[in-house]
Design a protein around this ligand. Structure first.
Ligand code: PGA
Length: 254
């Protein structure tokens, strides 16, 4: 049985002071029965240490937004997966569409990050998704295949349980236009087929949806049995809104 994961990607937002204030609001002091859902906060690197203290007190998970494929060395400005592990992270985003588009991260580079994250003992959240043009041209499946296949080639069978795939259509990110949960389920069937073709147990891979998830639409995603959680951007910046999304998953996943 895959446990749901609700993860808040803060992107380049939140100072240390804002991070402390976010938790002080009390919205993420979750009741014991919410332990059936994993909740992760993914702050900027500079707020990881402060967020770690707050997350540990509350049984929340901590993630980072990026890592470098190499363990150490002359890569000025980059962050190693080992540093993140030392700071208490359990998860790291790999290949978020903003990094692919704005920082020209290619599929093989992203796959190498995933490999490195696993080697460092982190669970990679691999973000994949098609643009609007690709969707309109009927190329969604081809695009997801192109992004996920290099990752699957570098993963061993027994590591698949640690892999999280976040399907985030680029046209849905930050636009207020979320994908239809039923369409997401169809994409997930295709993705599980693809994972299965690589000889790994696709049933074990956690699959999240991301893109304009909100307090209003979270329940519709939570209600779909094959959607194992959500990756939330903008709506995770307000603790009450993020809490409402967590509530939706805690209610649905009994
Ligand atoms: P959004 O971002 O929820 O603001 O659309 C999602 C993401 O980028 O992970």
């Amino acid at each position: 049985m895959r446990k749901s994961l609700v993860a808040g990607n803060w992107k380049m937002n939140m100072t240390v002071a804002e991070t402390v204030a976010y938790f002080a609001a009390g919205q993420l002091d979750l009741p014991a029965e919410y332990a059936k859902v994993d909740v992760a906060i993914i702050p900027p690197f500079t707020a990881l240490a402060a967020a770690r203290l707050e997350c540990e007190k509350r049984g929340l998970l901590l993630g980072a937004q990026n890592c470098h494929p190499q363990p150490s060395g002359a890569f000025t400005g980059e962050i190693s997966a080992d540093f993140l592990k030392e700071l208490g992270c359990s998860h790291v985003l790999c290949g978020h569409s903003e990094r692919r588009a704005l920082f020209q991260e290619g599929e093989v580079f992203v796959a190498e990050k995933v490999r490195r994250a696993l080697d460092a003992g982190l669970q990679p959240i691999v973000c994949i998704g098609e643009t609007l043009e690709e969707r309109q041209a009927g190329h969604t499946e081809r695009k997801l295949d192109k992004q996920l296949t290099p990752v699957l080639k570098l993963i061993k069978r027994d590591e698949v349980r640690k892999l999280v795939v976040a399907y985030e259509p680029v046209w849905a990110i930050g636009t207020g236009l979320n994908a239809d949960p039923m369409d997401v389920e169809i994409e997930f069937v295709n993705l599980r087929d693809l994972v299965g073709h690589h000889g790994v147990a696709s049933i074990d891979v956690r699959m999240l949806y991301g893109g304009s998830v909100s307090a209003e639409n979270a329940a519709a995603f939570a209600a779909r049995p094959s959607i194992d959680g959500v990756l939330v951007g903008g709506a995770s910046l307000k603790p009450d809104v993020f809490r409402a999304i967590v509530d939706a998953f805690a209610r649905a996943k009994k």
